[in-house]
Design a protein around this ligand. Sequence first.
Ligand code: DUC
Ligand code: ZN
Ligand code: ZN
Length: 478
Amino acid sequence: MQPFDTVIRNARVVTAADTFTSDIGIRDGRIAALALDLPPGLEEIDAAGRHVTPGGIDSHVHLDQPTGDGSVMADDFFSGTLSAACGGTTTVIPFACQQKGETLRAAVDDYHRRAGDKPVIDYAFHLIVTDPTPEVLREELPALIAEGYTSFKIYMTYDALKLGDREILETLSVARREGAMVMLHAENSDCIAWLTERLLAAGLSAPRYHASSRPMLVEREATHRAIALAELVDVPILIVHVSGREAVEQIRWAQSHGLKVYAETCPQYLFLTADSLGCDDSFEGAKCICSPPPRDAANQQVIWDGLENGSFEIFSSDHAPFRYGGPDGKRAHGEDASFDKIANGIPGVETRMALLWSEGVRTGRITPQSFVALTSTNAAKMYGLYPRKGSIAIGADADLVIWDEGRSVSISNEMLHHNVDYTPYAGMQLSAWPAMTLSRGDVVWDGEPRGEAGRGRFLPCERPAPAQARRRKTELPL
Ligand code: DUC
Ligand code: ZN
Ligand code: ZN
């Protein structure tokens, strides 16, 4: 038999189910053997005493996505995927966003062009459906789902992106029939517009009022409505970037009534609060403008509880990278811009894994197995990449992270590899960081970035099992 290309020795292998000590034999980019005392490989990596987890799947990132408001995303498919790899992520799922009036096919072609020969790690695409014309619903969406674009996002806010309830119903109905996973951005658009108008009229326009314009209530209402619409169509949904208690209560209600309602949360809802947007009117608060906004300490605790008790399936970054300095990021409309004109989103693709391992696993809040489920395995299942991705198992891609634990890491932007000029987590002290990341057996991070542009492969996704509708109990002609 051919020797292994690489053998990782004496790893504390963590999967979503177990932790065990094993060597990992890698051949042709895949895991070929899991056992102790494997024969020598062409390369040998000593992991004695180290946890080894599946490479992260960051299933919510925005790369090179046009914004239409003069701001430009700082990360393209090279810098974004390089940064991901350096933080222990081996697969990203960015969005291919349809512009209103454009076909979905044109959007997909455009994003493949943007990716080009840039990706350092493997990637798939979610679609964003903004214009569900009869043609899109009847022809394009089913065809693209069949080709491996098996998940799509619907926005309930932002004029350029949002769908009305009737459009959401029509689109959910296609997802049900075709077996696609629908992600929902749940915030009530009219409430935000009404509050924004009043805040601005009262002269309250500094970055920190972004949080005032999108209180928890607007997320709670839209979450409730999304669940009701999905219940009517009888289709599973996944609520993305859940920020706190009121939305979690809606989701748990749905789950306890047997509805297939899944949820995602992100580091900003564990480590930032509305105060991160500033306690005065300084523009600095723009660095933490994202939607939904971070809440408060009590809501952070609810999110931690949800990670622990199974309310959430997915912990993603929602990496939406805009530079703080320069003319085309947070300041695209000038430093005096009102909060509603400031680019919406924060970077986080490189810090996601270490934040959760350090502050979740090493503090005892979540188990190593939950960490793996939340950062990798569940995303692979939710989006049709399992078992090729998301596990340490024979036949799976050799996407792995070897952890360096116990050392003190002070997060700074200088240590990161994204193309953003700040990190919201600067100054946080962590006790873990990826020592090494392997993507299909190649070392792409070992303290230095090693991944070449273009080595990442596009991954068509299967129809995800969790997106399958329940058996219908009603007589409605759906
Ligand atoms: N929604 C996202 O998913 N990302 C950035 C901003 C937003 O509103
Ligand atoms: Zn969103
Ligand atoms: Zn997002």
